[in-house]
Design a binder for this molecule. Structure first.
Ligand code: SF4
Length: 219
C-alpha cells in the first residue's frame, strides 16, 4: 500500500471500522452522522456494516440493533499494524498517525461483546499509532476502562484517546466529571448545530474537536 495523503480538513489521519452497529441513545441520534454516511455508500461484497443497517420504508437507513464485527481472521483487523501511514500526519512529520476508530457505529453501545472491545483497544494499543474512540455511551466507556487492570490502562493511555459526543451543554459535566476514571479525555465531539455549547473549566485544557462539523471548536 502506498502512503496516502490526509485531507487538510481532517483532524484524524485515517479511519478504522472493525466493528459497527449502534442503538440510538438520545434525541440527537435522529441526525446520526454515521447513518447519513452509510446511506451514501454501497459495497459489492459483505462488509462489517452488513446486518448492522437496514433500509426503512421511507428510504432512510436505520440501525438494526445488530452489533457486528469483522470475522476473526479478516486481515482488516490488522490495519493499525499494516497501514503505511499518511505522508502528512495531523500531529506532524514523523509522529504517530491518528486513527479515527469505529466511526460508523459506537464501540461502547450497550450489548457490544467485551471481546470485541478488547480486541479493538488491544490492537490500537499495540500499534505505532494513536486510536481515537468517541462514544455517546459515556457510562459504558467509563465502566469498561475502570474494570481493567490499572497498569494496563496506564500503558494504553498514550495510545488511546477517549472522547464523547456532546449534544447539549448538559452532556459536558457528567461525562467530563468522570474523566479521571477514563484516563486522558482528549476528544469532545460536538454536533454541528450546537454552536452554543461551552466546554467550561473542566475541559479548558483539552483539545476539543467536532465530529460532525470538522472545523468547529468549542469556545
Ligand atoms: S450513538 Fe452515535 S452512532 Fe449511535 S445512533 Fe446515536 S449518533 Fe448514531
Amino acid at each position: 500500500m502506498t502512503m496516502p495523503e490526509r485531507k487538510p480538513s481532517w483532524w484524524w489521519d485515517w479511519s478504522w471500522n472493525p466493528v459497527s452497529g449502534c442503538i440510538p441513545v438520545s434525541e440527537g441520534c435522529r441526525d446520526c452522522w454515521s447513518l447519513a454516511w452509510l446511506k451514501c455508500h454501497t459495497w459489492k461484497k459483505p462488509t462489517v456494516y452488513t446486518g448492522a443497517i437496514k433500509e426503512a420504508v421511507d428510504g432512510s437507513i436505520r440501525w438494526t440493533g445488530n452489533l457486528t464485527a469483522l470475522r476473526a481472521g479478516d486481515k482488516y483487523w490488522d490495519l493499525p499494524h499494516t497501514h503505511p501511514g499518511v505522508v502528512n500526519p495531523a500531529l506532524g512529520d514523523g509522529k504517530p498517525n491518528l486513527i479515527f476508530t469505529v466511526v460508523e457505529g459506537d464501540l461502547f453501545v450497550t450489548g457490544r461483546p467485551k471481546e470485541d472491545i478488547d480486541r479493538v483497544c488491544g490492537t490500537l494499543a499495540a500499534s505505532e499509532h494513536i486510536g481515537q474512540l468517541c462514544t455517546k455511551y459515556t457510562s459504558q466507556i467509563v465502566d469498561y476502562f475502570t474494570s481493567l487492570d490499572p497498569d494496563a490502562v496506564r500503558r494504553w493511555q498514550p495510545k488511546i484517546w477517549l472522547g464523547f459526543s456532546a449534544e447539549t451543554q448538559k452532556w459536558f459535566r457528567p461525562a467530563m466529571g468522570r474523566r479521571a476514571c477514563t484516563g486522558r479525555g482528549r476528544l469532545v465531539c460536538v454536533r454541528r448545530t450546537l454552536t452554543t455549547a461551552r466546554a467550561g473549566d473542566a475541559t479548558a485544557r483539552l483539545p476539543c474537536i467536532g465530529k460532525a462539523d470538522m472545523g468547529h471548536r468549542l469556545r
